[in-house]
Write a protein that binds this ligand. Sequence first.
Ligand code: FES
Ligand code: FES
Length: 186
Amino acid sequence: MSGADPRVPESTDATAQLASEGGYVALSTSVNGGEWRGMVPTTQSLLDFIRDTLGLTGTKRGCEWMVCGACTVLVDGEPTYSCNMLAADADARELLTIEGVSQDGNASALQAALVRNVGIQCGYCTPGQVMSAQAFLTSHEEWDERAARTWMRGNICRCGSYAGILAAMREVFECPSRRSTTAVDT
Ligand code: FES
Ligand code: FES
């Protein structure tokens, strides 16, 4: 494995300073295509904002230390560990959580492929896997098994569903029209 993990968020000096002072800060952000504006604690993590403030509990809490990937969401299209990013740093950014991947209750192409390829067992890691895998599918032009494995290294599956996850990614990759976050008929 080489290269920095793209999921590790970068905190700005400004928000780090605010967090050290405590209190609340204004936040204006896009969540799954809708606008959200309000005040958030300066110390609140993006994970807590998503789960506790927004009630979007599809994003999972695991290690809370940038190891397991269960908390992965997309921030401006980039897979990001929400456990280690301040909510305040999401200001003026676009967030996509697992709830924004499916539409009207229909599974996305990737979600359906995960089911077909047994890339899901207990399902706890699955939301994070989907967000990271979707980002890979939309940011790569050619299938590269090694690159896919390296990309997904930050998402741990305790059930060991890795072969099924990679098979699902490849299946979707080979159908370019399906390489989007939009839901499709399965
Ligand atoms: S909960 Fe964020 S990486 Fe594990
Ligand atoms: S399916 Fe159980 S942890 Fe991944």
